[in-house]
Design a protein around this ligand. Structure first.
Ligand SMILES: Cc1cc2nc3c(=O)[nH]c(=O)nc-3n(C[C@H](O)[C@H](O)[C@H](O)COP(=O)(O)OP(=O)(O)OC[C@H]3O[C@@H](n4cnc5c(N)ncnc54)[C@H](O)[C@@H]3O)c2cc1C
Length: 478
């Protein structure tokens, strides 16, 4: 089929208004939250699952790749159309279709914004647990594809723990449900396989998600440290004491300096590190737990421990954390966020290594991360206009990921592999592992047209994948 025929068919499916072809229109879709970009050829914005299925069928007839896109907040280049083709935006599929509080579930379209699910049920005393820091912007479809987590992952788990079933469009346009409305469907857990598949297996057009009861009591504490190591050791001590906080977040000196400008008066400017710890549950339990956390922090050398006295104080403490990524712009024109994971007992040593890597590559690194999960987010600060700086940034990022793997961890905690990290997947998996995964993918997408060039190194061979520069063409980095 010619390009013109494909365009005519897409126009007939979605209408003129929702088919974008001009450079000034499609350029908006060339990038996500990462530092990778590639220009789409065609952008379509279908309005319902039926139109998604018809677009997929037309793409199949034309042999065109399809890159699903939610809100474009991904940090691994997942929605970047590395091989051109069609970017299929799910933004118009943005309805909450059903709220079933008796069965504690909601059925939503993929373009629904994460926070809007919790907002819709807050007055009934329920919430949707996965809470990426981007939750005011990111979509449920993107969350499902990336198996996203957030500050409260420590207590509640990631997206896969909260998705009962998904309706997906397969490569031939068939619309099927994987999983359903109840937990533990018989047979293989295909919903579990699909969640986290990063748009490489099909397109989510509906999701049935679990809803949780709002906790009776929430207590939040800020602990201020003069030494980073004392803060990281406290993280280990809190969980070793048998407490699983709802959230346990850490920010370092550089991040605090940015947040102090963006949200003045929340965190002390001269602190080396702060921990934000939240416990949830029954009033008696949370009271006991927060006092125990306070004691552990003080014993580990916190110079100040502040327990939020009311909801306003709690929200202020969180405001600092939630605006931390935005505040990076006060430190440098650009930042490249990494997403390594280590067993939390290795946090003290990995933080030292991150600092050493910064020195080695002459780059400033600001850390704000889900410390309780051992999920680091080193933000490498740079100026892309400075010649050669981006190369050092990429090398420093690779060194951090390697250090995480050497410490028994992984190359991503929540942002996914996408385009950016496929070069490093060989640090974790050998060629047999990768081939097994590729075969699972082919069951869903035999021609490999959903989100090509993502997740898997090209070619799928271990020797190749260790050499990063060969796998991401230079032109894709900004
Ligand atoms: C400031 C900031 C903070 C962040 N904090 C967190 C955090 O705390 N935790 C976390 O996990 N992530 C975080 N992220 C990353 C990002 O928000 C998540 O990965 C999010 O789930 C992406 O959702 P999205 O709708 O923007 O997806 P996109 O970026 O549009 O797409 C992400 C991937 O999902 C695929 N996809 C999108 N929709 C569909 C669909 N309907 N069907 C199939 N595939 C689809 C895309 O092809 C792509 O591979 C953060 C990002 C930013 C910018």
């Amino acid at each position: 089929m010619s390009r013109d025929d494909l365009i005519n068919q897409l126009r007939a499916i979605v209408g003129e208004k929702y088919l974008l072809l001009e450079k000034e229109d499609v350029i908006v879709y060339e990038q996500d939250g990462s530092i990778l970009q590639a220009m789409p050829e065609i952008v379509v914005l279908p309005g319902n699952a039926g139109e998604v299925a018809e677009v997929v069928k037309a793409a199949k007839r034309a042999g065109a790749p399809i890159v699903p896109r939610g809100s474009g907040t991904g940090l691994a280049g997942g929605a970047v159309p590395a091989e051109g083709g069609i970017v299929l935006s799910l933004a118009r599929l943005n309805r909450i279709l059903e709220i079933d509080l008796k069965n504690r579930l909601a059925v939503v379209e993929p373009g629904v914004i994460n926070l809007d699910v919790s907002k819709a049920i807050a007055q009934d005393g329920f919430f949707y647990a996965p809470d990426p820091s981007s939750q005011a912007a990111c979509s449920i479809g993107g969350n499902v594809a990336n198996n996203s987590g957030g500050p409260h992952t420590l207590a509640y788990g990631v997206t896969t723990n909260h998705v009962l079933g998904v309706e997906v469009v397969l490569d031939d346009g068939r619309v099927v449900w994987l999983g359903g409305r109840v937990a533990d469907s018989p047979g293989y857990d295909l919903c579990g396989v699909f969640v986290g598949s990063e748009g490489t297996m099909g397109i989510v057009t509906k999701a049935a998600v679990r809803l949780m009861r709002t906790r009776e009591s929430v207590r939040t504490l800020l602990a201020v440290f003069d030494r980073t190591e004392a803060a990281t050791k406290t993280v280990v001590d809190v969980t070793a004491a048998g407490i699983i906080p709802a959230a346990l977040e850490m920010m370092d000196r550089l991040t605090i300096s940015a947040v102090a400008q963006a949200v003045p008066g929340v965190y002390p400017r001269d602190a080396e590190a702060v921990l934000l710890v939240e416990v949830e549950g029954l009033t008696e339990t949370t009271e006991r737990a927060i006092r125990l956390v306070q004691t552990i922090c003080e014993r580990s050398g916190a110079r100040e421990v502040r327990i939020a006295a009311n909801q306003a104080e709690r929200q202020l403490l969180w405001k600092g954390r939630k605006e931390a990524f935005g505040a990076m712009g006060l430190l440098a024109p650009n930042y490249y966020v990494q997403d390594g994971v280590v067993p939390r007992s290795r946090l003290p040593e990995i933080m030292k290594q991150v600092a050493e890597i910064g020195e080695r590559y002459r780059l400033r690194i600001a850390n704000v991360f889900h410390a309780g999960d051992g999920n680091l987010h080193p933000n490498i600060l740079f100026d892309m206009r400075a010649p050669g700086e981006l190369d050092r940034v990429i090398e420093a990022g690779a060194a951090i990921l390697k250090a995480c793997v050497d410490a028994g961890g992984s190359i991503t905690g929540e942002h996914g592999i996408g385009l950016e990290k496929k070069a490093y997947i060989g640090l974790l998996f050998n060629e047999y592992d990768l081939e097994a995964m590729a075969r699972v993918r082919r069951v869903f997408d035999p021609e490999g047209r959903f989100n090509p060039a993502k997740l898997f190194p090209t070619p799928v061979s271990c020797g190749e994948v260790r050499r990063q520069p060969q796998t991401i063409p230079a032109g894709l980095w900004i």
